[in-house]
Design a protein around this ligand. Sequence first.
Ligand SMILES: Nc1nc2c(c(=O)[nH]1)N[C@H]1C(S)=C(S)[C@@H](COP(=O)(O)O)O[C@H]1N2
Ligand SMILES: [Mo]
Length: 438
Amino acid sequence: MSDENLLKQEDYQQKRVDEYIWQQSLNAGLSRKRFLQILATMVVAPAIGGLAKPAPAQSEESTSCLLNPASTFKTNGSKILKPLPRGYISHENGTLEMNWETMYGRGYLVPNNWFYVHNRNTPPPFDPSTWRLRVEGTGVNVRREFTYDEIIGMPSISVTCAIECTANGRRFFAEAYNKPLSGTQWRLGAIGVAEWTGVPLGLLLECTGLKSTALDVLIEGADLDSLSSKQTKKFKFSTVVPIGKALLDNSLLVYAMNGEPLPPDHGSPYRVLFPGWAGNVNVKWVERIEVSETPIYSPWVIEQMVLIGSEYPSSFPYKGKLITYQNVKSAFELAWPAKLPTGSYLLRGRSWSGRGKIVRVEVSTDGGRTWRLARLREPNFPQAWVRWDLDWDPVPGEYSLQARATDNLGNTQPSTVPWNDAGLLYGGVVSHPVKVLN
Ligand SMILES: Nc1nc2c(c(=O)[nH]1)N[C@H]1C(S)=C(S)[C@@H](COP(=O)(O)O)O[C@H]1N2
Ligand SMILES: [Mo]
């Protein structure tokens, strides 16, 4: 199967599932047929014991080089170092939701200080003279360490695109299904668009003699994480992408954001950028990249990067439907709830799609009965967002505003979205409460 197909969500997952089964049967000295028979008789797949356990993402001793955040930063335990901007919401330590009201009529990019933050840990201190990036694994001919100066000295490009938390909009699942959901209760502000500058990952990997047989790339940060599900064991925050994604021209090792050195909250000295994919694959504080000739089944990807629910059949070893791209969403540049004075008002908002660019935005000011087309404003970069506006002349009263976007691949925001247990990828049309005052 070619790399192009690995960028298709279904093909990627199916290929990984097949490879997993094949590998496990080889390891166990079983035939593939016998292994499939065993799987078919199991209720819960991990019951097969050692066979079914994904390999740990990394070894114990590699956690010992974790930098001690207390040595340079005085954080008072805060996981976000930048000051809380006006009107911004912090749901819990380490989260900062963008305030859509402050974006009203503003430029295309979100200023660094206003960009949402999703940090599991306090940013580690960064010393340019000692920070090393390690690239290793069976998929490269030479293991290499890069200094900060070496990385900065390599050819770079800039990419303008969005990073969006997969859980953006989670709160609307809870509201639509009247069912509580744990995790950060994001509305629609866990997204931002910035200009990211860095070294194309393909170029970096060339320096290590990338093998044509390379299959998966694991990116590891300097911070620790644990899978939320009752587990106390911590491992470094990481993600895995197929080599096809890593080698796209706009997949970067980023060291600058909107023309400034990457701020600590956003991953200094480096983060990776995988345009259009789920927020958490854009690993921050990167210190190790492993290229592998065999598939890497990181527990994070298998358990957390998936949609779990009756509408999403799982295929072992994945616990649900694998998430790659972000979906289509829209937001008004308004407070929540908003209060507006009576008289004519220019409604503004933005819409986005992880897979492409937005070609149409419809807005309803009467709770979905009638729809009008919004004007789209340039620029309109794919995998970023488009700004739009629409004149509105309401009489005083209570309103429910809705926006519905369509991307160039024909994906339109639906009115209802099937439930998933972690509340990920809410793409439904959202009702924004607005009161127009006398
Ligand atoms: N090392 C590391 N990388 C990380 C995270 C993290 O906690 N640690 N959070 C991820 C998640 S869940 C998201 S949504 C994005 C958020 O990026 P931002 O804070 O720069 O907006 O970073 C991702 N990269
Ligand atoms: Mo996130």
